[in-house]
Ligand binder design. Sequence first.
Ligand code: UDP
Length: 384
Amino acid sequence: MDRQKILFVSYTAVLGGGELCLIDFAQAYRDTSQVVLLTDGALRQRLEELGVPVQVLASARSLADVKVSSGLMFSLKSIGELWRIGKQIANISQDSDLIHANNQKGFVVAAIARLLGGAPVVWHLHDILTANIFSATNRRVAVTLANWFATRVIVNSQATGDAFLIAGGKRQLLRTVYNGFDSQKFDQISDDQMHLRDELGIPRDRPVVGMFSRLSYWKGQHILLEAASLLTDVHVLLVGDALFGESEYTEQLKKIAAPPSLNGRVHWLGFRQDIPALMKACDAIAHCSTAPEPFGRVIVEAQLAKRPAIATVGGGTGEIIENGVTGFLIPPNDPQLLAAAIQKIFSDRIATAQMVDRAYLQAQTKFSIPSVCLAFDMAIAGIN
Ligand code: UDP
C-alpha cells in the first residue's frame, strides 16, 4: 500500500504525551512525509535522530502571544498572525495528501490553511474538551472549526471522542486511535534496577511509588505526597518537570514535601528520558489526575514495565485499566484511598503479581505500535 504524504503540524515542541505520540506516527510515515514545528524544542531533535524530515517555521514565533487554550478570543493582530502562518502552511501542504494537526493551535492554523486552499485537515485531538480545562468559548470555537474544516478528527480514547461529541462535534468525523508503545524498550531493561535506588539513596528494602508526569496541578502530584504522608515508610519518585510554566505548583509541592514526616522520602528527578529503567526501580506507579485524563500513556508504560498501576477514574483510564484486574482505579482527589490502594499492593503480593502479568499481556497487544499504526492508516484512508 502506498503511504500517503502527510504534513504533520505541531505548535509545541516540548516532549509531552501528545508530542511523544506524534513521534511514532511521524516515524512510520517518514519516507513520504514531513513535520513542521511552529516552535523549536526537544521534539525537533528527537525527530531528527529518527530520520524524520522536520523544519521549524521561524516566522511562526509570533504565535507565542496568541492565546488559544484559555478563552479563545482572538485579537485582530492575532488573527492576522494566524492567517499569515496558515497561508504558509497552505503553500507547504501543496505537495501533501493531508495536513495532520497535532494540537489546538496547530489545528487553528491548519484550518486556515484549508480555507486558503491547503490540503485536507486531520485534527489529532489529545485533550478532553471538558469545562474544567477548556472555557465554553474555547470549546465552541474548536468544535466549530472542526465541523467546518476537518476531514477527520482522530481522538486518543473513546472518552476524548465522547467529550468532543458532547461539545457539539460531528460523530462522522471521529476515529479512535490509541497511543502506541514499543514493549521491547521495556523488555530489554533488567528487572533489577536497585542501583538506581542506591544512586538516589533509597534503602533497598523500602517500598517505592513513582509518578511520571509533568508537574501540574491537574496531574495531582500533591495527592501522592499527601498519601505518602499517611504511610510511614513509602518513598516517592517524582519524575517530570513543569513543562508548561507551572512553576507555582512546583513551589507548592516543595512545601507539602518539606515537613519532617516526609523529609527524605520524596525524590525529585526532573524530566528524564530513561522511563523504562526508572519504572523498574519502582514497586508501583501512581497516576493521580484530578480531572479526566484523555488517555494516560504512563499507565500503559507501567503495565509494560510490569509494575502495578493505580490511576484515577475518569476519561481514558478506564480503557486501559479494568479495576482489580489489570490495575487499580480509584476516585480522584482522595489521598486516603490512594494510600489504601498502595498498601493493598504491598500486602497482597500474589494477587499483585497476577494483576501485573494480565496487564502486561493486554498492553503488549492492545497498544502495540503495529496495531495503533494500522488504526491510524485506517483513520486517514482515502483522504487526499
Ligand atoms: N515522560 C517523560 N519524561 C518525564 C516524565 C514523563 O518522558 O520525565 C513521559 C511519560 O513517560 C509519558 C508522557 O511523558 O509517555 C506523559 O504522557 P501522559 O499521557 O501520561 O500525560 P500528558 O503529558 O500527555 O498529559
